[in-house]
Structure formats: structure tokens, C-alpha cells
Design a protein around this ligand. Sequence first.
Ligand code: HEM
Length: 522
Amino acid sequence: MDGRMSENETTETLTNRQGHVVTDNQNVRTVGDRGPTVLENYDFLEKISHFDRERIPERVVHARGAGAHGYFEAYGTVGDEPVAKYTRAKLFQEKGKQTPVFVRFSTVNHGGHSPETLRDPRGFAVKFYTEDGNWDLVGNNLKIFFIRDPLKFPDLVHAFQPDPVTNRQDGERIFDFISQSPEAMHMITFLFSPWGIPANYRMMQGSGVNTYKWVNEKGEAHLVKYHWEPKQGIRNLTQEQAQKVQGMNFNHATQDLYDAIERGDYPEWELFVQLMPDGEHPELDFDPLDPTKLWYKEDFPWLPVGKMVLNKNPQNYFAEVEQAAFGTGVLVDGLDFSDDKLLQGRTYSYSDTQRYRVGPNYLQLPINSPKKRVATNQRGGQMLYYVDQGPNQNPHVNYEPSVLGGLKEAQQSGVEHRPYVSGEIKRAPIERQNNFGQAGETYRRLADWEKDELIKNLVNTLAPCAEKIKQDMIENCSKCDPDYGRRLKEGLEKKQMEPTDTHANPIGSETADNGIKEAIKL
Ligand code: HEM
């Protein structure tokens, strides 16, 4: 874009996208004052046709979100040790080194403008624009997940999202799926407690959930989990509090984040890791690659590695937040995948959906593009904005190898981590499932008021469900902890005595008389 202007134009003049000045933005072109309208009115056609295309498909999950820019500052250490002992990733090495970040927080199951008070996990996705290219840490507020096999993800999401007939989220569909998926008991115990409704985005934790690897200069690997701890403290809402907030403001979390940054009250999180030598760890009663499990702090201490500060709001929500694209495949040298099956399934899904949702050249958008040199032989595709070619690259050579001035491969930096894998190719669950042990422990570790809330929210949601679903859930909870199962059973029996609406909504809430009066007729 250059700055040339027509003679009837100033720096404030409205133009169309062809650069033509707009002389009347109030009236369409018509035959006479009262119409009909004529079709050759290019300004109108351009304006309305662009408007008709203002939306892109929203994210299939995590559609409702808020974002902010900031930076990550490394400590150079992991706990008391130099970080280089465990990873060669450059962004962590030097104390005080800053890396720009963009963060998007989200709810999961409802649409782009749904209330931010719903019982739902919260997304916590961070894009680090490192000198080695981008690293995305795509996490949630809770430290575990519902399932451990990616094949079950579409079913999980269908059960939580609105019924295909009624278009309403329905507790019976959720618990139909959950009661038959015992690995979800741990996550459900968190989700139906107050931890299922964080008070806002600034006062919640974040976690990578899946197990990744850190790789050092020698190519040695450790299993690693990531956790964000808010310096603002952690606050969650009871169901009743959430409904009050929702009644007054259904954008409260987006507003809270935006306003805090505008007033200079920049939210901060400290980044911790938990480490385990790479391996199967048969001494544990769970598999370290199982995302339904916590690594308890007392066994695997949280080691600080840096902090993140969010200090700039997006200038345009659509360009930056809506079009932001994060993915678990986006790692830099020194960071690696583990064999966590859920993680591997996720890694396919993100960039696949983004090529559809945003377009095949989504990585050329400023929010997604790395803040370093990019030079590829990829060409074409919808909305190509520029050619990713190096300054010395022969523009005729978009292939490799070539002796005519094309791009060349780099040397491997550091020793490659080469895990050895052997075994039958098969479909099988992992051996150490232990579906109920940690769920029971989490139940026992909740404060009394959190337990009361958990039972109340489960009872309210399960009460209208089919008897078989209720019985299976009571059995599952009893396997977690006998007291958990007993309280759910008693709660459901008591609830049965009370008059109840058929399907409570939103999940967790009691349906009450809404007191709506008939309107006068105009
Ligand atoms: C978003 C798939 C599990 C966190 C998404 C999106 C897809 C997806 C397709 C939409 C992406 C987009 O349109 O840009 C999956 C699959 C999973 C899975 C297939 C399991 C097999 C998880 C888990 C977490 C998580 C375990 C938490 C650690 C997120 C977050 C977003 C997201 C935070 C929103 C990213 C953003 O703000 O743009 N997921 N997901 N997902 N997922 Fe997952």
C-alpha cells in the first residue's frame, strides 16, 4: 500500500477496497428516489458482499475466547539446576531472556458468543514466538483430561455439545457417555466441583495436560509436564455465584482481562515443570503418558522455569484472536513429543482444522507467522499473501534439491533424540488404567464446601437422567471413594422426593420457576 491520494481525498476519506473514494455512503443507487435499485452499484456490492463473508467457521471446540499479547521471561534454571541439563530449547536458557507471546483463553463447548460462566474446562493456549520459530503450548485450566485415546474425542465433544435435535446441552447425554467411560471420573470430579467454573481468566491456572519431552544437548530426554500458576491467585465460582454473574454480564471474563490490561494491571503467571526420566516407570500405579492422571507435587515437585506477563490487548479481535491458530505439533528444538496417544491425536487435528477454518495459508497471517525468517518451497493456495522465499533464493526454484540457487537443508543442531520403539501394531488400551484411584484422592483432597458443591451439582444434573445412568454413576463414584458414592446416592434419593423439571440447564443448576409475566399485546 502506498500513500498516493486522489485529488478529492484526504487522509480521512473513506474508500472502497479498490482505492476508489466513496462519495455517498448513506444511499444505494436507485432509479429515482424510491427505487428500484440498480445492480451496477459497485461500492454497495463490495460492501455488502464482504459483510456477507465476515465470519469464518468458528472453532469446533473452544469457540468463545479472549486473547492478549505479552512476554515470557526465562529464569535460566529449573529449580536449583541449570535448565540446559534437561533441555536445549533456547528460550529457557538465559536468565532474564524475553520471548514475545500471544495467549488465547477460552471456554470449550458452546458457540462464539456464549456466556463465560458455564461449567466447562477453560482453554489456556500460549504461542511463544522464539528465535527458533514458534512453540505453542496448548493447555487447559485443569491438569488432566476426560479421555486418554484420541479416537474418543469426537464422541466426548458430541456428548457435551448441544443435542442434535433440541440444540440444548443435556446432562443426560453427557452422563450417558461419561458413565460408560470410567477414565473420565477424575476429570468429572474436578469439573462438577467449583474448579469447573473459574471466576475469570486472570485467576485460573493453566496446564499442558499431556506429557511432552525435554531434550538436552546430548539427545537425552526427560518426560515433562507444564503448569501455569497465576500470581493473581486462584478463584472459582459456585454454581449459584456463576448464575448471578451470568445474569449481569455474560462477557465477564473477556471484560475482566481486557480492562485489567487497559488499566496497566498486567496479569502474570509463573511457569513450572514437573520432570521424570524418560521411561515407562513400572514403579508407579499409573502410566506417565496417561493424561487422566496427576503427577502429585509431593512426588514430582513443581520447578519454576520462568514467568509470563500479558501487557497488550489485541488491536483487532478478529485478526488476532479469531484467526489465531495453535497446535500441539508446534515445537522447537529441545522440546519433543512423548508417546501419549491423546497428544499424538491432537497433533494431527489442530493444523488440519485450521487449514479448513482459516485457510491453507493461515501461517502467513501476522498473528500466526513466526517472528523470524521463513523460507519454504510451498506455493499457492487460497489467500496466499506473499511468497515465503529467501532473499537469495532463485524465484524459479521452488523445489529441493537444486544447484540453481534453491533452498538448502540445515545441519542438525545438537544430538537428535532417537527413542527406540518396537512392538505389535494393534488396538489396545494401556495396561495401568487405574481409573478410580486418583479420582477418589482428588475427592478426598477437596475442601468441605467444594465437596458439597460437587455433590449438589452432580445431583442436579443426574436427577432427570435415566435410572441406569444414575446407578452406573453411583457405582463409579463408589469405586472412587465409598463416601463419594454414598453421598451421590443419598442426594439423588432425596432429590427424587422433590418436584423436578425434566432437564436442568445449564448443567449443574437447579431449574427454578422463572417468574416470567405475560406481555401486554400491542
Ligand atoms: C482447540 C482438537 C484435546 C486444549 C481445539 C480445536 C480442535 C481440537 C480441532 C480447534 C482448533 C482451531 O480451530 O484452531 C482436540 C483433540 C483432542 C483435544 C482432537 C484430543 C484428542 C485437548 C486437550 C486440551 C485441549 C487435552 C488441553 C490440554 C485446546 C485449546 C484449544 C483447543 C486450549 C483452543 C486453542 C485456541 O485458543 O485457539 N482442540 N483437542 N484440547 N484445544 Fe483441543
